[in-house]
Write a protein that binds this ligand. Structure first.
Ligand code: DX5
Ligand code: ZN
Length: 216
């Protein structure tokens, strides 16, 4: 099973962002995870287009944009133009998810569908073949540094079975509370991409932490 690590810049030092992006560039990480929050769908506001534009000028890894915003459709093209290689939208925020996912793919980038911890895997029944990636939230979205919700493991297993049963290549990404302990169990359960924010950036040697997460 392919394994990827996506450090989340939500936990970076914004006063020295270049240094943290360069750290990710020099690490074995595969993606840069970029969390966009609107203060409506989630109870927090993070950052948006102008900062993504600047990051994408120096980023050497594809930028994985996680849109925690209501009605994301008008923002797909602007985020693509700002440098997104992948755009993930929440199942809970889209009235016409099928259309939104297809629209993202029409822009020539990868499309992801994200499920909150309370949203069952069964809601993907019709849309699963459309998505390049499914992002399972292992915390309630809105903040970094929260503790991992244990019911994520059976959710990953269920989704892995479904993807394999249908012969799909959809990647399973997990976001929230990823550390050495949870990473091992998540990879074992069938996850492909692990997002990690505070665990990576609060560690003494973030580059080594990324490598250890990948090879756990
Ligand atoms: C939470 C964000 C996450 C966050 C993860 O709403 O979507 O990507 O950065 O942070 P940690 O790894 O600290 O739980
Ligand atoms: Zn995220």
């Amino acid at each position: 099973m392919k394994r990827y690590i996506a450090p989340s810049v939500l936990a970076a030092n914004f006063l020295d962002l270049r240094k943290d992006i360069e750290m990710i560039n020099n690490s074995v990480a595969h993606f840069i995870h970029y969390d966009v929050m609107d203060g409506v769908f989630v109870p927090n506001i993070s950052f948006g287009l102008p900062i993504l534009k600047q990051i994408s000028q120096i980023a050497k890894k594809p930028i994985d944009v996680h849109l925690m915003i209501n009605d994301p459709d008008p923002y797909i093209i602007p985020f693509k133009e700002a440098g997104a290689a992948n755009i993930t939208v929440h199942m809970e925020t889209c009235h016409h998810l099928n259309r939104t996912v297809n629209f993202i793919k029409e822009q020539g980038i990868m499309a992801g569908i994200c499920l909150n911890p309370h949203t069952p895997v069964s809601t993907l029944e019709e849309v699963l073949p459309l998505a390049d990636m499914v992002l399972l939230m292992s915390v309630n979205p809105g903040y970094g540094g929260q503790s991992f919700i244990e019911s994520t493991y059976p959710k990953v297993e269920k989704l892995r079975n479904e993807i394999d049963k249908r012969g799909l290549k959809t990647l399973i990404e997990v976001d929230g509370g990823v550390n050495y302990k949870t990473a091992k169990k998540l990879f074992d359960a069938g996850a492909n991409v692990l997002v990690s924010g505070s665990f990576v950036f609060k560690s003494e040697t973030p580059e080594k932490t990324i490598e250890k997460l990948l090879n756990i």
